[in-house]
Each structure stands twice: as structure tokens, then as C-alpha cells.
Write a protein that binds this ligand. Structure first.
Ligand SMILES: [Fe+2]
Length: 198
């Protein structure tokens, strides 16, 4: 049963598994690779990180991770939908020349403290890295026009929307799809466990 997870995930770029135990989630994470960071994500009234705010974040990919795995323990009564956009759709809508220039954009990978290009295919498949708040000031200026276009393209694509219920697992190919979540409201009674996996 576990055997078809990677082929499905590789074919669809994301995978939703409904109504699973936390023990099963741990097995899935181990099956996918090595988790280098496990975070319990909750909303805070005094947020110290973007993850803890109720606000919608910009679409992005996370540093380093090949896969991201989320497990929903509790979901807020309003909002908090997971949103996903395939980078292939972004590239299709981008001006060819802008994409060519953006390939050179470097963004800091805060886990490894190295600059990572927006696009590379060194392992034989397309890998994207886009994290708007981690782009250096220099590159923000240098690629200002392209970054505005990119942001407009992303915001014009209708994302896949998934509302995780308690006990649901969501897996994504981090270097292939952009993710964020919608603004959170209601009772804020939300707990999501996230693994970053290489
Ligand atoms: Fe993220």
C-alpha cells in the first residue's frame, strides 16, 4: 500500500491521503526519505514567524526539501485551505525572456546557508526554488521587472485548493509546486505537523 505513494506523488506532484493515523503519517515520512525538520504549526496571537500568523503567505517553495509532508491534527473553523500551483503552469504563462532571466535569480537557502538558483535541472528534472522574502536585495533590484511579472502570473493562476480535515495527510513535491495556505479565521484551533524531507 505504501509502494504506490511515490509513483502517485511523482505523477501528480501532490497527494492527499484521507483519514490516516499519526503513526501511518510517520511511516509515510520515513518511506519518502529523511526528515530534517519537524515543526508543529499553530497560529499565535504574537507570531514570531510567518508560519504562526493568521495571514495568507505568498506562494513559495521551501528551502532544501524534496518533499513536504503535512498532517492535520486540528483544523480551524474558518480558512486555512492548502493552496498549490504547478510551476509548469507558471512557466507556460511567463514571457520566455523573463523566464530565461529568472533562471539566474539566486535566493538564499536558509537551512544550508547557500544561494540556490530559481531553476535548475541538474538531477534530470526541473527544480524550482522561489521564496520571495529570501531573495537578496541586489537580485530584487536586478530582476525587479521579472519578479513583478512572476508574481502577477502566480496570482492569476487558479490554485488547487485542499482543505485538510483532521487525520488527513498532504504530500507535495516541493521543487515542482508552489504552496501556501489561505488566511485563517474562526476559532484558530489549528494544529498541523510538517516534515521537510530530503
Ligand atoms: Fe512553506
Amino acid at each position: 500500500m505504501m509502494n504506490d505513494i511515490i509513483p502517485k506523488l511523482e505523477a501528480n506532484n501532490y497527494l492527499l491521503l484521507k483519514n490516516k493515523s499519526e503513526a501511518y503519517f510517520d511511516d509515510v515520512v520515513n518511506y519518502l526519505g529523511q526528515s530534517f525538520r519537524k515543526t508543529s504549526i499553530q497560529i499565535s496571537e504574537a507570531p514570531k514567524t510567518k508560519l504562526e500568523t493568521k495571514h495568507r503567505m505568498d506562494f513559495h517553495t521551501d528551502p532544501k526539501a524534496k518533499y513536504i509532508a503535512w498532517y492535520c491534527v486540528k483544523q480551524s473553523s474558518v480558512g486555512g485551505e492548502s493552496l498549490i500551483i504547478d510551476f509548469a503552469d507558471v512557466v507556460k504563462a511567463l514571457d520566455e525572456n523573463s523566464f530565461h532571466n529568472l533562471k539566474k535569480l539566486k535566493t538564499i537557502d536558509s537551512y544550508q546557508n547557500v544561494d540556490v538558483p530559481f531553476y535548475d535541472e541538474s538531477n534530470g528534472e526541473p527544480n524550482f526554488y522561489y521564496s520571495p522574502w529570501r531573495i537578496s536585495k541586489d537580485d530584487k533590484t536586478k530582476y525587479e521587472k521579472e519578479l513583478i511579472e512572476l508574481s502577477n502570473v502566480i496570482n492569476n493562476i487558479q490554485p488547487i485548493k485542499i482543505l485538510l480535515d483532521p487525520n488527513d495527510i498532504l504530500l507535495i513535491k516541493n521543487k515542482r509546486v508552489l504552496h501556501t495556505r489561505s488566511e485563517i479565521g474562526g476559532d484558530f484551533n489549528r494544529l498541523i505537523i510538517r516534515h521537510l524531507i530530503v
